[in-house]
Design a protein around this ligand. Structure first.
Ligand code: SIN
Length: 276
C-alpha cells in the first residue's frame, strides 16, 4: 500500500500503525479519506497523536466512515449526541470500560459496529494503555483442519456482564435488556475478504449445537490462542490521542492499572453489518 497524503508507521508487522500528517478536526479530502481507510484496512487499528477536536468535529470525522452506531444500552443523550460514549475513570472508579477482557465492541448486536474511534483528552501519567489483537493473524496461524472445523460453527453473543462496568460510567441506561445475537465463529471481512476469528470473552456466551463442555473447551482454546502477545500491539495514550479500530478483525483490552488517576475521553462508533 502506498500513501501520498499521510504518513503511516506500522507499530508491529501484524497489527497497528501510527498515522501522521493529518488534522482530524478538518474534513478529509477524498484522497486523504481513502488513505486513512486503506491504512485501517491494512493495519486493523490506527493511531493519531496531537489532535484537538470538539465533540462535533470528532463526530464529523467518524461520520465520514458511515452511519453512527447507537449503543443498545448506554448513551450520552445529555450532551445531545445519542451516539456518543463517554469514557472516564477517576479515583471513584472500581471498573473501567473495556477492562473486563478481550473483546470486539458490542458483538451482541445483530449488526455489530464496524469501527470505534476513541479520543482521549486526559490520560494518566503512566498506565491506561489499550491493547489490540489481530483476529486475522490469530485465524491464519490455526491449522487448516482447525480452520475448517471452526468455519462451520455459530456462536451466541450476549452481554449481561457488560452492564456492571459501564453502569457506573454512563448511568443513563437506554434499555435494560442487552441484545442476543448469533454470528459465525469465523467471519469474512466485507472489504478485505480476509477471514477473522469472531468470538470474544466478554460477549460470546457459547457455541451453538455442541455440548456445554465442548463449547467451553473450544472457546477456552481460542481465547488462550488470541491472548498470545505475537498477535498484539499496545497503545500508550497521551492526552489528545485517537485510536480507530476495526471491530470486524481486531479485539481490544483496556488496561485498568492507573487508579486513582484520571483517564477521560469520548468514543464515536461507526455502524457495521451482519457478520458473514
Ligand atoms: C472500550 O472498550 O471502548 C474502551 C477502550 C479504552 O478505554 O481504551
Amino acid at each position: 500500500m502506498t500513501y501520498e497524503t499521510i504518513h503511516v508507521e506500522p507499530v508491529t508487522p501484524r497489527i497497528g500503525a501510527e498515522i501522521g500528517g493529518i488534522d482530524l478536526s478538518k474534513p478529509l479530502g477524498n484522497q486523504t479519506f481513502k488513505e486513512v481507510h486503506d491504512a485501517l484496512m491494512e493495519h486493523q487499528v490506527i493511531f493519531f497523536r496531537d489532535q484537538h477536536m470538539t465533540i462535533d468535529q470528532h463526530k464529523a470525522f467518524a461520520r465520514q466512515f458511515g452511519e453512527l452506531h447507537i449503543h443498545p444500552m448506554f448513551g450520552s443523550g445529555d450532551l445531545g449526541h445519542p451516539e456518543l460514549l463517554i469514557i472516564r475513570a477517576d479515583e471513584t472508579t472500581k471498573f473501567a470500560a473495556g477492562s473486563g477482557g478481550w473483546h470486539s465492541d458490542v458483538s451482541c448486536d445483530p449488526e455489530p459496529p464496524m469501527g470505534s474511534i476513541l479520543y482521549l483528552t486526559e490520560a494518566p501519567g503512566t498506565g491506561g494503555d489499550t491493547l489490540f489483537a489481530s483476529m486475522y493473524a490469530a485465524h491464519e496461524d490455526l491449522s487448516g483442519t482447525m480452520q475448517r472445523f471452526l468455519s462451520g460453527l455459530t456462536a451466541v453473543h450476549s452481554a449481561p456482564q457488560v452492564y456492571d462496568g459501564r453502569q457506573e460510567q454512563s448511568p443513563q441506561l437506554r434499555d435494560e435488556t442487552p441484545p442476543v445475537s448469533e454470528h459465525p465463529v469465523v467471519r469474512t471481512h466485507p472489504v478485505t475478504g480476509r477471514k477473522a476469528l469472531f468470538v470474544n470473552e466478554i460477549f460470546t456466551s457459547h457455541i451453538k449445537d455442541v455440548t456445554a463442555a465442548e463449547s467451553a473447551a473450544i472457546l477456552g482454546m481460542l481465547y488462550e490462542h488470541i491472548r498470545q502477545p505475537k498477535y498484539h500491539c499496545r497503545f500508550r495514550w497521551r492526552a489528545n490521542s485517537v485510536a480507530f479500530w476495526d471491530n470486524r478483525c481486531a479485539q481490544h483490552y483496556a488496561m485498568f492499572d492507573y487508579h486513582p488517576e484520571v483517564r477521560r475521553g469520548y468514543r464515536f462508533t461507526v455502524a457495521g453489518d451482519r457478520p458473514v
